[in-house]
Design a protein around this ligand. Structure first.
Ligand SMILES: *Cc1c(COP(=O)(O)O)cnc(C)c1O
Length: 378
């Protein structure tokens, strides 16, 4: 493995955790498998499809596992460049949950469908319909379009059912495009900690989406896909009878921010286990009460809060600089080269910083997975 990837690889197969170079990302394979199977059971129970969001992990290997044991019917990507990685790796059904506007990107997206993959994207502007139609016609391929409805996220998407209908009719009439349904992701509701508040937010958005759907059907347009939902709210969209495709991403790996989101019983996300960790080691211990580790801002994202110590309360991650992490160590327990497992605050931008996942099972490195779509910004 080292030979294959050069010296930048943090580990070799068969190594124990103590032998792995830090800082790096570690996956607990049995926790990952638990999460994928749990979600697969959930969607079967609700009678909806699961189109996993690959932006969370950006890994071809995880997405494949999501299809094989995780019940996924296809994947979501956020960028054309991400979609290119997954289509080239053999994925046949890829939704870009975003608007695609630059002519060069529309061109690249159209080319993705050349090999026969089903390619979908979101639209929230009438003018985009002609642009997409031209791009798809150039290559003689079909692009399927979901009209994005802003159901409370306040990001992309149109706000009224009439606007949705207008765009949907234009898509249906456009050469080489197909109207595929509604994209309605309530991103803001995902991390509402209190269960009843989260449920109420989705009740409001789902009622709006239901009206949009009926409005389209009244005009003779049926929705193959009504998509949305994430790790925090999927049970509400999935049980609504309105949505038929869920787009959960974080559930596979989990992070500290989602650990704070409470279930109906008032406990913090017991359904999914922490499968992703930053492995860091202590590199300086010169002061009482403080240790310094090698996991800084270039190792993990702190936009959703600092990382949490995994299954340890005697020490705490308290501060982050470029390449250093400060750890509160009141009993001065930590020594040089002691390893710590941190649960990242926010998994998506953390994964994007690394080249590899070091996959552990039974205390041994089982696999080294490249983070296939890391850094894909275009
Ligand atoms: C990020 C994202 C998701 C997945 O959300 P998680 O909270 O990671 O499960 C779903 N849909 C869209 C459109 C997203 O951008």
């Amino acid at each position: 493995m080292i030979a294959e990837y050069g010296f930048s690889a943090p580990a070799e197969l068969g190594m124990t955790l103590e032998e792995v170079q830090t800082p790096c990302l570690v996956i607990d394979m049995s926790a990952l498998e638990h999460n994928l199977k749990t979600m697969a059971d959930q969607v079967v129970g609700m009678g909806v499809r699961l189109r996993v969001h690959a932006k969370a992990h950006k890994s071809v290997d995880i997405a494949k596992l999501q299809q094989v044991i995780g019940g996924a019917c296809g994947i979501c990507c956020q960028k054309v460049s991400e979609a290119e990685v997954f289509v080239r790796a053999g994925f046949r059904d890829v939704l870009i949950t975003n608007e695609v506007r630059q002519p060069s990107k529309i061109d690249r997206m159209a080319r993705l469908a050349l090999g026969g993959a089903r390619v979908l994207c979101c639209v929230d502007d009438l003018e985009n319909v002609a642009e997409l139609s031209e791009g798809a016609s150039k290559y003689g391929v079909q692009i399927e379009c979901l009209v994005e409805f802003d159901c409370g996220g306040g990001r992309c998407g149109v706000k009224s059912e009439d606007e949705v209908l207008k765009i949907a009719i234009a898509i249906e009439a456009a050469r080489n495009l197909k109207f595929a349904g509604i994209q309605a992701y309530q991103g803001k509701a995902q991390h509402i900690q209190v269960y009843s508040e989260r449920r109420d937010a989705i009740a409001i958005s789902t009622a709006q989406v239901a009206e949009v759907k009926v409005h389209l059907e009244t005009a003779g347009l049926s929705c193959d896909i009504v998509g949305g939902g994430g790790t925090g709210t999927f049970a509400f969209e999935g049980g609504s009878g309105v949505y038929n495709e869920l787009q959960c991403g974080t559930y596979a790996l989990m992070d500290a921010d989602y650990n704070r989101v409470e279930s109906a019983e008032g406990v913090c996300q017991p359904m999914f286990k922490n499968a992703l960790f930053i492995l860091t080691s202590v590199m300086s211990k010169t002061k009482r009460g403080i240790a310094v580790c090698d996991a800084g801002l270039k190792t993990h994202a702190v936009d959703s809060g600092l990382p949490k110590m995994f299954e340890r309360t005697d020490v705490e991650f308290i501060h982050c600089a470029d390449e250093h992490g400060a750890i509160n160590d009141p009993q001065d327990k930590l020594c040089i080269n002691d390893q710590l497992l941190l649960v990242p605050g926010h998994c998506d931008p953390t994964c994007n910083l690394h080249d590899f996942f070091v996959c552990m099972r039974d205390h041994k490195v089982e696999a080294l997975w490249p983070i296939s779509a890391r850094g894909k910004l275009l």
